[in-house]
Write a protein of this length. Structure first.
Length: 131
């Protein structure tokens, strides 16, 4: 795959993630399964780019990863402000199946396992790149 196509895939997936965030912020309904699938796919594309891409693709993917991290930090601040909960308390809610339907919880657990595996692989690639 050429550089333009690879960079486009990561950017396009990031745009999809941003669209989900906008819908959530405007209280529009979102399909949890599709949202988590979109997030996971972004991480998988970034991992693939860092693993097999050229230098420009890797730099673009790192930039998008940094932007996504900044968004997550900002969203966590908003949640803390809106709920009065600490970051730890918010994370505990996300780990409690009592707050979700059985179907939602299954999707969350499945995605969590895949993201953990992808995150570990991504971490290994980043360590190799930095050291």
């Amino acid at each position: 795959m050429d550089i333009q196509s690879e960079s486009f895939r990561v950017k396009d997936q990031y745009r999809k993630v941003l669209q989900f965030l906008k819908r959530v912020e405007s209280d529009q309904p979102v399909d949890l399964k599709e949202m988590l699938k979109t997030y996971l796919h972004l991480f998988m594309l970034i991992k693939e780019s860092l693993d097999t891409g050229n230098e420009e693709q890797k730099n673009e993917s790192l930039w998008i990863l940094g932007e996504f991290y900044a968004l997550v930090v900002e969203e966590m601040k908003k949640l803390r402000s809106q709920t009065g909960l600490s970051e730890e308390e918010i994370l505990m809610v996300g780990e409690n199946p009592n707050f979700f339907t059985d179907q939602q919880w299954g999707v969350i657990e499945d995605t969590r396992k895949k993201m953990k595996r992808t995150g570990l692989e991504l971490s290994d690639l980043l360590q190799k790149r930095c050291f």
